[in-house]
Design a protein around this ligand. Sequence first.
Ligand code: NDP
Length: 247
Amino acid sequence: MAKLDGKVAVITGASSGIGEATAEALAAEGASVAVAARRKDRLESLSQRIEGNGGRVLTVECDVTDEGQAHDLIRQVERELGRVDILVNNAGVMLLSRIDKSLSDEWRQMFDVNVLGLLYATDAALEVMKRQQSGHIVNISSVAGRVTNPSSGVYSGTKFAVNAISDGLRKENVDDHLRVTVIEPGAVATELTEHISDDEAKDAIEGMVNRMDPLQSEDVANAIAYAVTQPARVNVDEILIKPTDQA
Ligand code: NDP
């Protein structure tokens, strides 16, 4: 019997990178997976791969910055898959720039997706998990949730917020036996940097990543799979995972 047989996992931002790899990893452990993001076509091809490997999958087009859509995602998963055991709040954007570049639309977008989107999905999932008296919320933070650098101040601010929210969430829900884990990856080779509009910041981060052997999405997915396959008495609070050659 696989470790997550009978469990239902929801993964936001599953159309690429870490979210996509996590959906495949949790499905391989036996979970039914609900994969959510805005790019439906990417979700469909992921879904076909998971089903081809014998997995059960539900695809949901969802913009997590819309509170109603984030709540509907969780409701739809409970309705169609019966439960919500694991929520991986992975959807995120990293629009790096110095603060004096005044890219305020990008500040808003980062807080909307990385912080508020996470809260909206969590809010709806908590209601289900409290009823179940079990559940596990995994929040994808970052090394940037512990340290900040020029051009990453605002992005780091969102990830510091993810860490604080996760700690509060875990403490608030111990009596309901809910688990909360924060994952803090270093550099991972994904599409994340492609959306950076500020050339100076984009060149700097891509140069840094090119000088190392970055993590692959599967490496982070394995860390998430580790956290969610522990016995119910075990809460893995935090996993910091970096490329070997990242200082
Ligand atoms: P990707 O760009 O590959 O994935 C980001 C995902 O977020 C996509 O699936 C995207 O889907 C989704 N997303 C973005 N905006 C929204 C939205 N409004 N609603 C729903 N989904 C959204 O990057 P990664 O896999 O690297 O990023 C995943 C997480 O990992 C992020 O939280 C990121 O901050 C974190 N992280 C990444 C690191 C790295 O080096 N790559 C390091 C540390 C942390 P779509 O566009 O289809 O909606």
